[in-house]
Design a protein around this ligand. Structure first.
Ligand code: SAH
Length: 357
């Protein structure tokens, strides 16, 4: 049966519509492909940990939910952040003190802040960061840094400042920076930050932290000063001195102690300290004269060679007195004209300065 002309035109119309539809879907399909990246560029889908999956009702509202009028301006945001930075600085610079004392001393905090702000290189590192990693070191000489046992170190500094009332910020910072546990024996590790001297072998002791801080403070050190220590012992005091100056010389008479301290200091990164095994009574003439001398063993008189090796305007601190009795911690000062004066500061007990036979 031949299709009628009408039927033919209907068929033709249907085919035309079909072709149009086909063209329409092809164009639509092409657009869709442009909307999505090709499958191979999609990042791999990772399964989220189950703990992070939260029911929809607990999800935070989308950002658009906050009316833009309530969003802080850039300036306001800065204002909100600044107090936190200040808090961080204070929490290290001022380890926990009894509240009453701080309350009774309202001028103290701003002075501390401005001091720290004025010297950005001295800014302490934010505490949490110190727990994780050493502070960035931007120093001209070797100052090892570590976050090890940081809370015990802060407690020790806190005691020196708040109980013993030594408030010199640079000295407190130095005491906080040097890890005392690096310098005590494995048997004494648990007491490394205790407020007491500790045995270091050969019948000798590492001094009580407060005494180390007190004597260091007397020397008025800065990076240009050259300092001599008599009685290296563990090397701890020398490490504390290195916080102030790269020019540190130290003498120890007991050879095993001298060698152990030299190795320890090198291994820990105190590269600038010069050590020597000798009788410190004679000082270290080739390296002198010194701006400061610290004697960490008790002499029955002030050794004249040490006075001679002290520069004009120099300071020497030395315990003077008989062995195993109460001695006097003395501060010896030489003025511009070379005149020497002495001050008796406080009773102390140090191991004796021994002499080579
Ligand atoms: N400053 C040390 C502790 C000092 S203990 C520290 O930080 O660990 C006193 C030290 O002085 C002892 O090690 C002792 O052996 C040493 N000493 C005693 N007489 C000495 C002398 N004549 N010369 C050098 N060192 C001496």
């Amino acid at each position: 049966m031949q299709p009628s002309i009408r039927h033919k035109s209907v068929l033709f119309f249907n085919q035309f519509v079909l072709v149009l539809e086909l063209l329409f879907f092809m164009v639509l399909g092409g657009c869709k492909e442009q909307d999505h990246p090709p499958a191979e560029v999609l990042p791999p889908v990772e399964a989220a940990p189950s703990a992070e999956l939260r029911p929809a009702e607990k999800m935070p509202p989308p950002a658009e939910a906050i009316p833009s009028s309530e969003l802080p301006t850039v300036k306001e945001t800065q204002k909100q952040v600044e107090p936190n930075i200040t808090e961080t600085i204070l929490s290290f610079a001022r380890p926990p003190a009894e509240p009453n004392r701080l309350a009774s001393d309202p001028n103290r905090l701003p002075a501390e802040i401005s001091q720290l702000m004025a010297e950005p290189n001295r800014l302490p590192v934010e505490p949490n960061r110190m727990e994780r990693e050493p502070a960035p070191v931007e120093l001209e000489w070797s100052h090892p840094r570590t976050g090890e046992r940081i809370s015990e170190r802060r407690q020790m500094v806190s005691l020196i400042r708040d109980f013993y009332r030594l408030t010199e910020p640079e000295v407190l910072e130095a005491m906080g920076n040097v890890p005392r546990h690096w310098f005590v024996t494995s048997q004494e590790q648990s007491r490394a930050y205790a407020d007491m001297p500790l045995p270091i072998g050969q019948g000798q002791t590492i001094s009580q932290p407060y005494i180390v801080a007190y004597m260091t403070n007397l020397l008025e050190l800065n990076p240009d000063k050259k300092v001599l220590e008599v009685g290296t012992g563990s090397g701890y005091q020398a490490a504390v001195l290195t916080e102030f100056t790269p020019h540190v010389y130290t003498i120890e008479i007991v050879e095993p102690l001298a060698k152990a301290a030299a190795t320890r200091l090198q291994r820990r990164g105190y590269k600038t300290i010069e050590t020597k095994t000798a009788d410190g009574y004679w000082g270290w003439e080739e390296k002198g004269p010194f701006d400061a001398i610290i004697v960490t063993c008790a002499a029955d008189h002030i050794p004249p060679p040490l006075i001679k090796q002290l520069k004009p305007t120099g300071k020497m601190c030395i315990p003077v007195g008989g062995p195993f009795s109460i001695q006097n911690l003395m501060l010896i000062s030489k003025n511009e004209a070379g005149i020497v004066t002495s001050q008796s500061l406080m009773p102390v007990t140090f191991v004796p300065l021994v002499r080579k036979k």
